[in-house]
Design a protein. Structure first.
Length: 64
């Protein structure tokens, strides 16, 4: 199943970007922080859509 690989990659990416965001937090202005948070939210939503699509495709045997 490819979705587990995708999910693992997604978790690693989100952890890395989350920690980078946390490190940036104190030294950035509110505007930049808001933009970063919006970008993160969009990226996470996009990745979740991909993961869900991959997972359902795997379940229904589309990718086999």
């Amino acid at each position: 199943m490819r979705s587990t690989k995708v999910l693992r990659k997604f978790i690693v990416v989100s952890v890395i970007s989350g920690s980078a965001f946390a490190a940036l937090g104190p030294c950035t202005t509110n505007d930049l922080q808001t933009q970063l948070a919006g970008g993160m939210r969009t990226a996470i939503n996009g990745m979740l859509n991909i993961v869900v699509t991959q997972f359902t495709n795997d379940l229904w045997g589309v990718n086999r």
